[in-house]
Design a protein. Structure first.
Length: 142
């Protein structure tokens, strides 16, 4: 069986949910790239700062969440460039992959996003625009 390789850039809410949704599909191999090994829920940081909650209640290890998904690989790395024409992703560690499907981060409209070309395709952080209403052109497929 040939597996379709999907690279997900970013382990935020959208990226993590994408990986969780694809995990049961054995015909899909998923690589989740994030510069951190955790997914954090920003609104809870105030409660952590005031000692109401422990840090483990506001941040969750991506690898722990996806540990029962053998076809999902979580890599702690930062995407430094993406060539949309070649559909290739280059990371800070120097790895490069050319997946047939590439899922950009929903927060790519943020000023810290490494790929400026995705900004118009993203609702950005803090937007009330539901991800389901975004244009499908934000996912590059071959």
């Amino acid at each position: 069986m040939t597996q379709t390789h999907v690279v997900i850039v970013g382990g935020g809410f959208a990226g993590l949910q994408c990986a969780i949704d694809l995990a049961p599909h054995k015909d899909v191999r998923v690589t989740l790239l994030d510069r951190n090994n955790y997914q954090q829920f920003q609104p809870l940081l105030y409660q952590v700062a005031t000692s109401i909650l422990s840090p483990s209640n506001a941040a969750f290890a991506l690898r722990d969440i996806l540990r029962d998904s053998p076809n999902v690989d979580v890599q702690m790395d930062e995407v430094v460039s993406i060539d949309l024409a070649k559909r290739s992703v280059r990371t800070a560690s120097g790895t490069c992959s050319a997946p047939p499907v590439l899922s950009p981060p929903d927060g790519s409209a943020d000023a810290n996003a490494p790929v400026r070309a995705w900004r118009p395709l993203s609702s950005g952080r803090g937007s009330t625009l539901p991800a389901s209403t975004r244009d499908r052109s934000s996912t590059a497929e071959s």
